[in-house]
Design a protein around this ligand. Sequence first.
Ligand SMILES: Nc1ncnc2c1ncn2[C@@H]1O[C@H](COP(=O)(O)OP(=O)(O)OP(=O)(O)O)[C@@H](O)[C@H]1O
Ligand SMILES: [Mg+2]
Length: 286
Amino acid sequence: MDARPHARREGAPLTASGPLAGPIVVSAQGLVKTYPNGTAALAPVDLDIADGEFLTLLGPSGCGKTTLLNLVAGLIEPTQGAIAWWGEPRPPGANAPHRLAYVFQSPTLMPWASVTANVRLPLTLAGEPDARADVAVAASLELVGLEAFGDRYPRELSGGMQMRASIARALVTRPTLLLMDEPFGALDEFTRARLDDELLELWRSRALTIVFVTHSIAEAVYLSTRIVVMGPRPGRILEEVGVNAPQRGDRWRASPAFAALCADVLALVRNAGQAEVPRGKARVPA
Ligand SMILES: Nc1ncnc2c1ncn2[C@@H]1O[C@H](COP(=O)(O)OP(=O)(O)OP(=O)(O)O)[C@@H](O)[C@H]1O
Ligand SMILES: [Mg+2]
């Protein structure tokens, strides 16, 4: 087992405005996950996630991204190691001051229920009174631009709109930590680019901390304040790249610094599939 500690390229995680000073939201120490069938999905992984980060997990299929996200979500237990949420040993409950929400790769909407009923589900499960739930559902639908579609059924929505409904359902509990596992992977490039921008707007306006999984290097470089590159057999963190983009948007996407960083991250991901991982040279734009 390769227990070589991963390289942290930029020290503290970075935001558009500089190093993050925020408190640690999730702290994972020595996380190991071996599934009951013997699959070693994660070698020891150490990962601290700071408040306000947009952190992306990137790496080849099977390197443990979903496993790590599920551990951070508290959906599965580590075989070894410890994880803390806002300093507590258990993930927060529905009515805790800090909350987390999970957006899966497919929208996972209930086909027999309207968009409103789907978005309302987490509040119903949490026993939220009707009047407060009505207000929260309406606000959440508005956030994702679906305020006119509450009475529709999922089959009446496009793929992008279904994913927006899924994001509205996640946001309805006003989470502070949003976990997203390849949420836009099944969408066309145009819709995906638009949802990327909408997500960035939500990240800013709701002061979210986001942990995002994608296979798209360009999407990772576009969205993230920090990219964690993982490698397989067993899944582990190989590299971390801070992305200090002056501003996200079309100018960032079209800039030479963006293209250079994509090329560097591509080299890291390619190396991630190999047994011995030479350290690449990721540039971090000023
Ligand atoms: N419930 C499970 N039981 C047994 N093995 C599993 C289970 N879930 C995942 N694995 C295995 O653990 C390893 C990591 O899987 P994981 O789904 O975390 O990878 P991933 O990086 O998310 O892959 P992808 O990019 O294809 O989604 C893989 O070898 C996978 O086959
Ligand atoms: Mg996965």
